[in-house]
Design a protein around this ligand. Structure first.
Ligand code: NDP
Length: 457
């Protein structure tokens, strides 16, 4: 049977665009539908605008440190009205590049919502309908807001709206303790807002290394975020304060506070609603995610899925690798499983947290380990009396001496962990680290200078 397309991709984010482009480059006829903006969460309302705001938020504290270093410099305030159009223009530029690269590879782009009608048919919101030999679902995820909290859905914002605020909030409450919550708490704090962060659990960043979680929480609070654990929003209401709309929030401990914005960073959910997947026979998981095998194939052989919609490791570079592996498998005849082992990531808090491999708790549950840990005041901060420490931590297998996990909390840790990740991925041992001569004077030289384990067993 002749199909209209060899591949039809639903979703123009990181995974979908990569798969569509490389499939088209093999000579396959590719169509891609995107209902919002090309680039997806990462480019339009995730990693990219977030990182630009991280950069912006670093200059205020850096200026304060510059004064301490002897610069005659009168501080200033962050001007959202000046930054916002620059951010918008940059995202538009990047969106254009995504569109151009995909179109340039020969794919057809449809600015429309697509639904799966059957294992080989796609129907678009424009009314068009196409057949495809393979369908790739790459629809990503969307923020989840707890519907049990009165007022949250109407008055709260999510990471989808945060980049489009009309005015910069003087006071903002961030709800949650994951990546997004911690990053935005630090961003708004650095930009000069008065920030509170409420997290329901006992410690932020559940799932990460326990020692790092405590260390980071302490530093986030020291940098000025009013961080509370074991605290949730009980209810919230709109209040008028001298003609200004504000949000009154009652906490589960009885506290009452008033904010300009309340950002819910309470997790994300897979974008599978109304896609027609279940009717087409595609199995969805408990959270609505598309269930796939190691080759990203769903329960329907012609339908594959990559990226956040599969809820494996929800990171852009992983989605890209999954998209490329799908093309290798299906269009290049090289069966390829995306590699989900030792994926490094960074939480762009202030200070940053870079991590690769296992946490101490994960590693200990598997085998006896030696833990090397150094926490110290780096030269740049101690010179001006800033009482902030950095943390370098290695978790080493006692049996093989391989480094099982590396954790860094420091300004620039996101950059450092990328390089440490190469060594960990290669299976470097503690001795390999020790044999490496330090780069002096740097903070990160500590990673090759830790001689005695802090804990063993
Ligand atoms: P996370 O899963 O990291 O965190 C969700 C947070 O919301 C947790 O603290 C969770 O608490 C809390 N939560 C969940 N449900 C509720 C509820 N009903 N009421 C109150 N709190 C709740 O999700 P994020 O949205 O922060 O990020 C999504 C994913 O996106 C990340 O896992 C990551 O993969 C990716 N990401 C990566 C970034 C990076 O690489 N720098 C940056 C941003 C996102 P609890 O722990 O108790 O469950």
């Amino acid at each position: 049977m002749a199909f209209d397309y060899d591949l039809f991709v639903i979703g123009g984010g990181s995974g979908g665009v990569r798969a569509g482009r490389v499939a088209a480059e093999t000579g396959a006829k590719v169509g891609l539908a995107e209902e919002f903006r090309m680039g997806g969460t990462c480019v339009i309302r995730g990693c990219v605008p977030k990182k630009l705001m991280v950069f912006a938020s670093g200059y205020g504290p850096a200026a304060a440190e510059a004064r301490a270093y002897g610069w005659d410099y009168d501080g200033g305030t962050f001007n959202w009205d000046r930054f916002k159009p620059m951010l918008d223009a940059e995202l538009e530029r990047l969106e254009g590049i995504y569109r151009k690269n995909l179109g340039g590879a020969g794919a057809d782009i449809f600015d429309a919502r697509a639904v799966v009608k059957d294992p080989h048919t796609i129907e678009l919101s424009t009314g068009e309908s196409f057949t495809a030999k393979h369908i790739l679902v790459a629809t990503g995820g969307r923020p989840f807001v707890p519907d049990t909290t009165p007022g949250a859905a109407e008055l709260g914002i999510t990471s989808n709206e945060v980049f489009n605020l009309e005015t910069f909030p003087e006071r903002i409450l961030i709800v949650g303790g994951g990546y997004i919550a911690c990053e935005f708490a630090c961003i708004f704090n650095g930009l000069g807002a008065d920030v509170a962060q409420w997290y329901r659990g006992a410690q932020i960043l559940r799932g990460f290394d326990d020692e790092v979680r405590g260390f980071l929480a302490e530093h986030i609070a020291e940098r000025g975020v009013d961080l509370h654990v074991g605290l949730e929003v009980e209810r919230m209401e709109k209040r008028d304060e001298n003609g200004r709309d504000r949000i009154w929030v009652k906490g589960t401990d009885g506290r009452e506070e008033v904010f300009d914005q309340v950002l819910f960073a309470t997790g994300r959910t897979a974008n599978t609603d109304g896609l027609g997947l279940e009717d087409a026979g595609v199995t969805l998981g408990r959270w609505g995610e598309v269930v796939v095998d190691e080759y990203s194939q769903t329960s329907v052989p012609s339908v594959y899925a990559v990226g956040d919609v599969t809820n494996r490791i929800n990171l852009t570079p992983v989605a890209i690798r999954e998209g490329a592996a799908f093309v290798d498998t299906v269009f290049k005849g090289i069966p390829t499983k995306p590699d989900h082992e030792n994926v490094a990531s960074a939480v762009f808090t202030q200070p940053e947290y870079g991590t690769v491999g296992m946490s101490e708790e994960e590693a200990r549950a598997k085998e006896p380990v030696d833990v090397y840990c150094a926490a110290f005041r780096p030269m740049q901060k101690s010179f001006i009396g800033v009482n902030e420490r950095v943390l370098f931590k290695l978790i080493v297998s006692q049996a093989t001496q391989k480094v099982l996990g590396c954790h860094i909390v420091a300004d620039g840790a996101g950059e450092m962990i990328q390089l440490a990740a190469v060594a960990v991925k290669m299976g470097a041992t503690k001795e390999d680290f020790d044999r490496t001569v330090a780069v002096h004077p740097t903070m990160s030289e500590e990673i090759v200078l830790m001689k005695t384990p802090t804990r063993t067993g």
